[in-house]
Design a protein around this ligand. Structure first.
Ligand code: ATP
Ligand code: MG
Length: 475
């Protein structure tokens, strides 16, 4: 048994409280999993700490809570035999060491009490099975029965047990493997990767909520394409996001090819990950082209087209969120809006953008115009450096124009300079369609640049428009 010691990882006073509590109830205990892994990877201090007790985790948690000065509440999950304490912003999770066996149709194991070794065996990856002793006599000693340290050094994800069984027992582990690969930039051991591909259909027993949790973590990682290409390679993506796998492939008719929109999408996501941590903007990048699969057509004169793919894509966003039980709230609407508008700045940057086109962009995108520009900049994936430079520069000009136009015209969060009530009062009108017509005409005149966005100009315009409609001014 290795004698490596990492007591420097356990300097937080919470650990000595646990040691004391464990001693008083004569139970051995260890800190295990993510905390140990992240300490060794120098990933900063963990927000959750898992403690395994050789005995009752719940009893240990209660004893620890008694010892802490603020006597925190202990949340007991009786069904799982675990207990949780929140302390100084850290979640401490206590569990009794256990041995697990599984039924084929559920990821809920049959659980028996076990040894530390049994408990390490049930962990998903060797790097997540590392434990440090919290017992007084060997405080900080490392317990690494599956060579997790060596795998950490080699940056490899490997299961302690036979991978086929590990993934089939709890298919969530397949998502976790890929998520860790993406988050930590680790390689999944080839035998493990093969086992994931063989068991991909088992993902069906995992709830959408759990799948989405892992997807969020992949999307939030530094280079999300690592995760998505693994999801694709193992066949999992087809079950989870068939809208993306449908973008794969290059077709050629009469010598004309279109780009592979799946790999293009992954490039866009990697690009945007360099410039924003906004999870939903990253989702928008992932989904910005999904409308291209159902709208793809070949036209003899113009070649490949994807007519109104943005509109179709935005509709697909709703269905996708619904299917995955993601929130159908403002986040979803934001992603829809980004997908719907994803080509607008591109059109602008091709010609020299007119002020009125920029005003319309700002009017339609509102507060999200910067996010939209960020998405479009990430969408530049051409390998032709001259073109790349040109496109980037065009977007820079559009960005400058947005600022310029905004300073002058205040289009963002547009408020009509003349209210409906004023129109009614001026022409002595009851609620009627004329009011809408006049309001709309004012807005259009401002966006077109026919009049400035101010009260006096809008008032005169209203009078003129009212006269055109045959209305009489109320003196
Ligand atoms: P993070 O907190 O960054 O998501 P983590 O490894 O700490 O990573 P948790 O979900 O907090 O993940 O789980 C804590 C520990 O529990 C893991 O390190 C691992 O040992 C074990 N574990 C979690 N989920 C599973 C699973 N599905 N199968 C086997 N072991 C698991
Ligand atoms: Mg954790």
């Amino acid at each position: 048994m290795t004698k490596e010691n990492y007591k420097e990882a356990l300097q937080d006073p919470i650990f000595s409280s646990i040691t004391q509590a464990a001693k008083e109830i004569s139970v051995d205990c260890y800190v295990i999993g993510g905390f140990v892994r992240d300490y060794l990877l120098k990933r900063g201090t963990a927000k959750d700490i898992d403690v395994v007790a050789i005995g009752s985790g719940i009893e240990l948690a209660k004893k620890v809570a008694q010892k802490l000065p603020n006597k925190p509440e202990v949340t007991v999950f009786k069904n799982f035999g675990t207990a949780m304490i929140k302390h100084n912003g850290i979640e401490l999770e206590f569990v009794g060491a256990r041995k697990e066996s599984y039924h084929r149709d559920s990821r809920k194991p049959i659980v028996e009490d076990g040894t530390l070794d049994d408990d390490q065996r049930r962990r998903d990856f060797t790097i997540n099975a590392l434990a440090l002793s919290l017992n007084q006599e060997n405080f900080g000693n490392l317990l690494d029965p599956f060579s997790g340290i060596s795998d950490l050094e080699k940056k490899i994800l490997r299961t302690p047990l036979e991978p086929g069984i590990t993934y089939s027992d709890d298919p969530l582990r397949m998502m976790r493997a890929i998520r860790f690969a993406s988050q930590l930039n680790f390689t999944i051991h080839p035998i493990s990767l093969k086992a994931i591909a063989e068991n991909n259909g088992r993902i069906k027993i995992i709830s959408n909520e759990r799948i989405v949790d892992e997807l969020h973590k992949i999307i939030a990682s530094k280079q999300p394409s690592i995760g998505f290409s693994l999801l694709n390679k193992t066949g999992l993506l087809h079950y989870i996001l068939p809208e993306l796998t449908a973008l794969q492939g290059i077709e050629e008719i009469e010598g004309q090819k279109h780009k592979d929109n799946f790999w293009h999408t992954l490039e866009v996501v990697d690009n945007i990950a360099k410039t924003t941590d906004n999870l939903w903007l990253r989702w928008a990048a992932l989904l910005h082209d999904i409308g291209k699969a159902p709208t793809k057509k070949f036209d003899k004169k113009i070649g490949w087209t994807f007519h109104s793919h943005e509109f179709v894509g935005a509709k697909m966003v709703y269905k996708l969120f619904k299917r995955l039980r993601m929130p159908l709230n403002d986040k979803m609407k934001f992603v829809q809006k980004m997908v719907l508008m994803s080509s607008r700045p591109i059109v602008l940057s091709n010609d020299s953008a007119t002020d009125s086109a920029v005003r319309r962009l700002v009017f339609d995108a509102g507060d999200y115009v910067d996010d939209l520009m960020t998405l479009c900049e990430a969408d530049i994936t051409t390998k032709n450096t001259a073109k790349q430079k040109k496109y980037k520069n065009n977007f820079k000009i559009v960005r400058e124009k947005i600022i310029e136009v905004e300073e002058r015209d205040h289009i963002r969060n547009f408020q009509p300079p003349v209210s409906g009530e004023e129109i009614m009062k001026t022409f002595n009108l009851k609620p009627s369609k004329e009011i809408g017509i006049i309001k709309d005409a004012i807005k259009e005149a401002i966006l077109e640049g026919d009049i400035p966005n101010d009260y006096n100009a809008a008032y005169s315009f209203m009078i003129k428009k009212g006269k055109e409609l045959g209305l009489h001014i109320n003196h």
